[in-house]
Design a protein around this ligand. Structure first.
Ligand code: NAI
Length: 327
């Protein structure tokens, strides 16, 4: 089998450093798939990315068929089968939302165009760089020849954080928990939903039996975990974000386990009242390289209000990038 071309942007950043070695070791696509890595950086960081490439060489990973480092998006995405868009413009002090969206538009528009121009026909895109959902929408809108559903954004870190918090609360292991969902935006408005989650076959919300804990502790802890990590570590989550990116693509390509689902931000088809086209997190199962939204879940009042609030934020972000002429 020919190696799979995996493009990673922001390769010299801290997530890149935690991500690339795991991709090359087989964690992304399994132990039988060789990969070609394409590392895209801005010119000022190409040298650092080349340093990382030297270290990748020095690992002598049997599955790593080749590495290319470039600052040219066209080259980086040419023939790409998987693209992990990690590099983004962070919000700096005093930056208005419009400026942030505009700066990211300047990154994700040309990258969408380059994916449109040259990526392989089976391209799968995961956007990690924030604001991830809206950056994914910008890239998607500039890749009209690529099926819209191939553009996804990462809420898997939120999903994994929620699994860990719930496991601690109930004194079980993360493996005991199935069918947890993150809905909406990868932001403070996200909604981690345990009402359909199962713990060794029992309903998680019933086991918790404490709506105040859900509202006042669990949900804010998951949603604000990124800030808590920055506070503790003095730097934003990197290894856990890289791990979540691996999980997202791994499950998309290789499937979700039977009897479980995961969370991915994907273009809405209108399910659960989320306006069509918005890139919002849903419960999904994956098989044969395709994801599908889990249908037919009952959404109670507690969940409805929170899903609606996060989706409203996504609609606002979409309207803002539209207003700025970015889509
Ligand atoms: P970082 O600042 O360490 O690295 C970002 C890298 O992107 C830098 O090396 C920079 O040179 C590069 N870059 C900037 N513009 C680029 C462009 N146009 N093309 C290629 N590379 C470019 O940041 P870190 O910690 O690696 O985080 C990356 C992004 O991931 C941030 O936007 C962060 O907010 C986001 N993130 C998302 C999470 C999620 O759950 N969706 C979780 C954690 C972080």
């Amino acid at each position: 089998m020919a190696p799979v071309n995996v493009t990673v942007t922001g390769a010299a950043g801290q997530i890149g450093y935690a991500l690339l070695f795991r991709i090359a070791s087989g964690a992304l696509l399994g132990p039988d798939t060789k990969v070609n890595l394409r590392l895209l950086e801005i010119p000022a960081a190409v040298k650092a990315a080349e340093g990382t490439a030297m270290e990748l060489d020095d690992c002598a990973f049997p599955l790593l068929a080749g590495i290319e480092v470039t600052d040219d998006a066209k080259k980086a995405f040419d023939g790409a089968n998987v693209a992990l868009l990690v590099g983004a413009r962070p919000r700096t002090k005093g930056m208005e939302r419009g400026d942030l969206l505009e700066a990211n538009g300047g990154i994700f528009k040309p990258q969408g165009e380059a994916i449109n121009a040259g990526a392989a026909s089976d391209i799968k895109v995961l956007v990690v760089g924030n604001p991830a959902n809206t950056n994914a929408l910008i890239a998607q809108q500039h890749a009209p020849d690529v099926p819209a559903g191939r553009f996804t954004a990462m809420t898997r870190l939120d999903h994994n954080r929620a699994l860990s918090q719930l496991a601690t609360k109930l004194g079980v292991t993360v493996e005991d928990i199935k069918k947890l969902t993150i809905w909406g935006n990868h932001s403070a408005t996200q909604y981690p939903d345990v009402f359909h989650a199962e713990v060794n076959g029992k309903n998680a919300a019933e086991l918790v039996n404490d709506e105040a804990w859900l509202a006042d502790s669990f949900i804010p802890t998951v949603a604000k975990r990124g800030a808590a990590i920055i506070e503790a570590r003095g730097a934003s989550s990197a290894a856990s974000a890289a791990n979540a990116a691996i999980d997202h693509v791994h499950d998309w390509v290789l499937g979700t386990p039977a009897g479980d689902w995961t969370s991915m931000a994907i273009p809405s088809d209108g399910s659960y009242g989320v306006p069509e086209g918005i890139i919002s997190s849903f419960p999904v199962t994956c098989a044969d390289g395709e994801y599908s939204i889990v249908q037919g879940l009952e959404v109670n009042e507690f969940s409805r209000a929170r899903i609606d609030a996060s989706v409203a934020e996504l609609v606002e972000e979409r309207d803002a990038v539209k207003g700025l002429g970015l889509i």
